[in-house]
Design a protein around this ligand. Structure first.
Ligand code: NPW
Ligand code: K
Length: 487
């Protein structure tokens, strides 16, 4: 599990650790890790040209000491000091090692042509959008031809939330100190951070419960259910899919496709005549019930439901949603199911668990916040929705996040932009439903499904556009990639 923390959490842990160490120890550890990543990127340090962007705080101090180390190895290091003050000891160390301070008027040209730029403008001490002259420097970095390495967080990215309010440095690598910051895992911040390298400065024992966490392949290997020798199709879990309508038959096909690849023992599909015909012809593996009335009485027992993809929002759909939600098993609500629930909150009054899987627009209808506001602060809104609605929330987007009251938000880092195409959400819903049916909690089912869906998307796309059906087809390969044994 990759864990990440807010700026306040990091600062408190650092203070506790610093109290036990000689002054300056942590900054030297940070600078040493930073210099070593830079040296690897440069390949040959001697005679390379390095520009340091140095702000007024300790983030600038890290950059100056790393510059000292590179200068000692023969790099030509130049510092642009942008703040009202500069870390004095760090600046002295750089100058003693042969580095120099650049006239601000020469900064643009130096940034453009340097082999490597170290962004030490601001780190966890920043607040709000970058002020001048920092903002102008951050913009100048966009023209850099060399490697751009951010110290701790890319300047302009809010370390605690990933928000970017104005200009921000777009880094190839971010070298982060002691622990991941939440803003490095959540978009838009994650997109600015590039590859994130963690430098161990000894903070581990002082860190609190994380603010957010990201599953890794090893976590999936532990969490994903496997069939045992004595398993039969009923014991492996049966997932029900209530999706599709005369207008949207494809959503039913794709949701069932996702569910069939998710490892449940059986997939039951229930719907109207048109989607029933499509599901039957695509998936002989599914057990299909054609509904004459909006009721699930004839469907047979399931351990979890997927409700909503392509279902429509008419009275019939509303009645079917009410019937599914009146059951005593976990229900995943997606797409039209979310529109129905937004119009009639009483549908959510149930004892069994609910997992909702909205994108920002759907969440906006559910909690009455603007879509743009949600996109700009995805973590906050997912948390708020989980608390207000009493459900688990999987908020889809460039970084998919899973929120549940009193738990760290799980962020998914496996996604790819190729997944932003019609129907992939239906596959995700089916997959997550299948995991629910196998006994995973909403929190685990949602975060494992997001992870596998992202990996499957990458495998299916492989650098080219994909269709949603390809993602369902790639799910077995995604599962194989994370499970160490195929038993
Ligand atoms: N603590 C530790 O143990 C360790 C810390 N480490 C490192 O220290 C970093 C944190 O250092 P920090 O606390 O000095 O804050 P930091 O991010 O450098 O800058 C704060 C200054 O920036 C300014 N400023 C603020 N907002 C701004 C804005 N929007 N636009 C422009 N300027 C803005 C403001 O200054 P002022 O306005 O007064 O000039 C403020 O005082 C951390 O990220 C890590 O790299 C490592 O060495 C490991 C050990
Ligand atoms: K920085």
């Amino acid at each position: 599990m990759k864990t990440a923390y807010t700026a306040d959490q990091i600062r408190q842990a650092e203070q506790a650790l610093m109290a036990r160490l000689p002054e300056g120890t942590l900054m030297q550890r940070a600078a040493s890790g930073l210099a070593s990543v830079c040296a690897d990127l440069l390949g040959r340090v001697y005679a390379s040209r390095v520009v340091l962007l140095v702000g007024s705080g300790d983030n600038g101090g890290d950059a100056l000491y790393a510059g000292q180390r590179l200068a000692r190895r023969g790099a030509r290091v130049e510092a642009v000091t942008a703040g009202s003050k500069t870390h004095e000891a760090g600046l002295r160390a750089l100058l003693d090692a042969g580095g120099r301070v650049l006239d601000p008027s020469a900064a643009g040209a130096a940034i453009e042509t340097a082999d490597l730029i170290i962004d030490g403008l601001v780190g966890i001490g920043a607040s709000g959008a970058l002020r001048e002259p920092y903002a102008e420097l951050a913009k100048a970095v966009a023209a850099a031809r060399g490697h751009v390495v951010a110290v701790d967080v890319p300047s302009g990215v809010d370390a605690s939330t990933g928000r970017v309010e104005g200009a921000a440095v777009r880094a190839r690598v971010t070298v982060t100190m002691g622990a991941y910051k939440t803003g490095l895992l959540v978009d838009p911040g994650a997109a600015y951070a590039g590859r994130v390298e963690l430098v161990d400065i000894g903070l581990g024992a002082y860190l609190p419960d994380p603010d957010v966490a990201a599953l890794t392949g090893a976590d999936l290997d532990v969490l994903l259910p496997r069939p045992r020798n004595e398993s039969d199709k009923y014991r492996r879990g049966v997932v029900g899919v209530a999706a599709g309508s005369d207008l949207f038959t494809g959503a039913a096909v794709l949701a069932v496709g996702g569910a069939l690849r998710g490892g449940a023992g059986m997939v039951r599909y229930a719907g109207r005549a048109a989607p029933v015909a499509q599901v039957r012809s695509h998936w002989p593996e599914a057990v299909v019930t054609q509904l004459d009335a909006p009721s699930i009485d004839r469907v047979g027992r399931v351990q979890a439901w997927v409700l909503g993809p392509g279902l429509g929002t008419d009275d019939w759909a509303h009645e079917l949603a009410a019937a599914v939600l009146a059951s005593d098993v976990p229900v995943l609500i997606d797409a039209d199911g979310l529109t129905l629930v937004a119009k009639d909150r009483t549908l959510l009054r149930r004892a069994a668990p609910v997992l909702i899987t909205p994108h920002a627009g759907e969440l906006s209808r559910l909690i009455g916040a603007g879509r743009d506001a949600i996109e700009a602060a995805r973590l906050d809104h997912a948390r708020r929705a989980a608390a207000e609605l009493g459900v688990t929330v999987l908020l889809k987007g460039s970084t998919t996040v899973v929120a549940e009251d009193s738990r760290p938000v799980r962020v998914n880092t496996t996604g790819t932009s190729w997944l932003a195409t019609g129907g992939t959400g239906d596959v995700l819903a089916g997959l997550a439903g299948a995991l629910l049916a196998q006994g995973l909690s909403c929190y685990d089912a949602a975060s494992c499904a997001a992870y596998l869906h992202g990996v499957a998307g990458r495998l299916a796309a492989d650098g080219a556009p994909l269709a949603a059906g390809d993602v369902a087809s790639a799910l077995p390969a995604a599962i194989r990639a994370v499970t160490s044994t195929n038993s």
